[in-house]
Design a protein around this ligand. Structure first.
Ligand SMILES: *Cc1c(COP(=O)(O)O)cnc(C)c1O
Length: 453
């Protein structure tokens, strides 16, 4: 394997050509791979890894011919599954540059540009979300990891206040912390708590209202050994917990409040959602995904923490070979040392959109959800949630009929959305999350739902 710049350039040009072909086709291909195309996956089957290796051109061709048709068209306008988001062109373009650079984001000395962009974006995010000016940010793979880090900071802080050295002693013999959250808490929060050594028996789940919001009058008495976990954007209904009243109570009791805002925290960037996000800035930590509502390339999660010292303690790592920078060393804000430079695409998207562009993006997703929601209601679907953000939950007559509709929708290839259950009943869950979705996509989606019944 010898370096040959001309060969390298030709290979990259071919990759680029395939990528552009994909881009041209993504809006007309079936939103999820169907029947025949799945057969192409057989072309990847091999008993053993090749002895001699394969030419780069052949590999790219295999990916293009047999891989591309078996992707999910999530960068198109009619993928409404989960809360996945697409990729804004500037995000993809910046990400390509970042891939050429192949930076390691661990230390300033490994990449001055990454260190700088992380520091700048940290400030921008506090401003965009209306958080305290010195809020610390860490750039991780997703909200699951972001929540994990924030809860680790919470654990450090609350024990430290009591004079318990969690770094030296761990949880053995420690007075238990109590976790208070809604019964509709996202699975990723529970996973993070388990990873941190908090068992389910110490998690107090509060009843939620019909929209999935924590009911404040159901909260137990809070204290300074309690972590309260709230959410901005219920994964089914899109509902936001009543932050103000709960944060006020938590604050006076000395509890730590963490908010899982995987897709919903972005609402704080548009004044249209001021009522929903009221009091959100009073929390201690927040987790959010750039790869969802912001339409950044995967994987891009952000942790935000009011207490920088607690976060730095929780994420601390030492080694004689580590070279400390004068500026930001990213690894002290995340569990990983080596990380890809996801900050480059994130920074580029925020710079491109600006405050007004970001607010417009969030408003646009919401407005499409409102439009589709009312079209579906007119057709006879029951809309099961208040459409406060980008989520729509619908149902048609019975569990059986609802699932029949869903099967029709999923096999149509026109759009894709998935099932869920809401208060014991089957629902179809629609998430408007792609910047590319336009009025025509909403019309096509509505038409398909009409045909389904
Ligand atoms: C997506 C999501 C998560 C998990 O985020 P990942 O980026 O997939 O780790 C957590 N909470 C909510 C509300 C989500 O929508």
């Amino acid at each position: 394997m010898e370096a040959d710049l001309n060969k390298e350039k030709a290979l990259l040009q071919r990759a680029f050509k395939y990528g552009l072909e994909y881009l041209e086709q993504v809006d007309s291909m079936p939103v999820i791979p169907q029947g025949d195309s799945l057969q192409l996956l057989m072309n990847f089957e091999e008993e053993k890894i090749s002895e001699t290796g394969v030419s780069p051109e052949a590999i790219l061709k295999l990916l293009h011919i047999s891989g591309a048709p078996n992707t999910v068209a999530q960068t198109g306008g009619r993928y409404f599954g989960f809360v996945n988001g697409a990729t804004l062109p500037i995000g993809l373009a910046a990400s390509i540059i970042a891939d050429f650079w192949d930076q390691n984001s661990a230390l300033e000395v490994m990449s001055p540009v990454v260190s700088r962009l992380e520091a700048i974006t940290e400030k921008w995010l506090a401003d965009l979300f209306g958080l305290p000016e010195d809020t610390a940010a860490g750039f991780v793979s997703g909200t699951s990891v972001a929540s994990f880090c924030c809860l680790a900071a919470a654990r450090y802080h609350l024990y430290n206040q009591k004079g318990w050295d969690i770094e030296a002693k761990g949880l053995y013999g420690a007075v238990p912390l109590r976790i208070v959250t809604g019964e509709d808490v996202h699975a990723s929060v529970i996973k993070a708590l388990h990873l941190l050594g908090f068992g389910s028996d110490h998690i107090v789940k509060i009843p939620c209202d019909a929209q999935g919001r924590v009911m404040p009058d159901q909260l137990p008495l809070l204290d300074d050994m309690t972590i309260v976990v709230l959410q901005a954007g219920n994964v089914n209904s899109g509902a936001f917990d009543p932050f103000k009243i709960i944060c006020e109570r938590a604050k006076s009791a000395g509890s730590w409040v963490h908010i899982d805002g995987a897709f919903g925290l972005w609402a704080a960037a548009s004044s249209h959602f001021d009522k929903l996000t009221e009091g959100l800035s009073m929390a201690d930590s927040w987790a959010v995904d750039a790869h969802k509502t912001l339409n950044a390339p995967y994987d891009s999660g952000i942790l935000l923490c009011r207490n920088r010292k607690a976060l730095l303690h929780a994420m601390a790592a030492q080694g004689d070979y580590i070279v400390h920078g004068n500026q930001r060393d990213g690894m002290y804000y995340t569990p990983e040392m080596s990380r890809r430079s996801r900050i480059i695409a994130l920074w580029a998207i925020l710079k491109f959109l600006g405050k007004a562009g970001l607010a417009a993006l969030v408003d646009r997703l919401h407005n499409h959800a409102l439009t589709l929601g009312s079209l579906l209601r007119e057709m006879g679907y029951s809309v099961m949630n208040e459409i406060v953000f980008n989520q729509i939950m619908i149902r048609y007559q019975s569990d059986e009929k609802t699932m029949e509709v869903l099967r029709y929708i999923q096999s149509s290839g026109v759009l894709w959305c998935g099932p869920s259950r809401w208060k014991g009943e089957a629902v179809i869950r629609i998430s408007i999350c792609s910047w590319r979705t336009d009025d025509e996509d909403i019309r096509k989606a509505a038409e398909t739902f009409q045909k389904a019944i």
